[in-house]
Design a protein around this ligand. Structure first.
Ligand SMILES: [Zn+2]
Length: 122
């Protein structure tokens, strides 16, 4: 069971991992309280590079996850898209950041087609 906290967006550290199709994001705030969100993550056919469908299954700030599903697309040149509110408002989001980090570090194998050899696509 995830720890319930407020202000998960003010976290001072964020880590993510990917295991058995589950994407987990851990947040630690300035008071050293940690929380965790988890998403079911499946790769879907992409015409831009890599695309994933992520469905929220555990949400730290709520007793029951909202179950929202987002499609995350990214190419190897730093372009990305996600259907979540944060991405629509700020043009980036935790989903894109987590998946890009996991791809660049080969935690999700295969990288992103078109990315620089050093994996630095920012
Ligand atoms: Zn997103």
């Amino acid at each position: 069971m995830a720890i319930r906290t407020s202000n998960v967006y003010r976290s001072v550290s964020r880590t993510c991992c990917f295991h058995n199709g589950i994407l987990t994001m851990k947040f630690v705030d300035a008071h050293n309280r940690s929380s965790c969100d988890a998403y079911r993550c499946e790769e879907i056919p992409s015409n831009v590079g890599r695309s994933f469908r992520v469905t929220k299954i555990i949400e730290a700030s709520k007793a029951i996850a909202d179950g929202k599903t987002y499609t995350v697309d990214m190419d190897g040149q730093g372009w990305s898209a996600c259907g979540c509110e944060s991405n629509i408002r700020r043009n980036t989001c935790r989903h894109v950041e987590a998946l890009r980090a996991l791809l660049n570090s080969q935690k999700i194998p295969g990288g992103i087609p078109g990315a620089n050899e050093d994996g630095n696509s920012q």
